[in-house]
Design a protein around this ligand. Sequence first.
Ligand SMILES: [Zn+2]
Length: 201
Amino acid sequence: MFCTVCLAYSKASESNAFTDGMNDWKHVHQRIEEHESSKHHCRSVEAHIMSSNDKDGYSLLFSNQKNVRAAQVKEKRQVLERVIEIVKLIGKRGLSYRSINDAAYCLDNVNIDHGNFLEILILLSKFDPLMKNHLDIVMEKSKQRHVTCAASGTKGRGGLVTFISSTTVNYVIESARRMIKASIADEIQRKGSMLDCNPIC
Ligand SMILES: [Zn+2]
């Protein structure tokens, strides 16, 4: 007989009859009672309760980090939702997405035509604090990178994930294209099978 709580939460150095396998069947009730009141078992039960309530050592140390990370992921997802909706709107109206002036470091320059996609993002950010915060961060990082690249004579975004680049827009367009294609194929198959079922008059 084993105690699952002790097996899961006791230290390897602290073995007892119920982690090794208790086989004193003649006095089984007495052995269980002894084990349940032992320090060893109580410590394991305590560890189990703390772990269930997210109060074990790992959670106490890293729960804050986990919460911060979860909040960041949620925020990025909300930004992406807005980007997808803008891409859908531009696609529906059959407009162009970008202009030649699509660098993030000059997003605050109102005299430049940033293209439909970025112009809608900028407009949205005037009323949407989440988008404004995201664009401010992206613009700041892009400015820093622009200065560094200009000083070193190098080019490129260098792995800066912004969700507003042509790469993201292309990903969204490609996903939409696949979904539309799959939907059309389904529709054709469905209509084809309906025709097969109808007898020829
Ligand atoms: Zn136990």
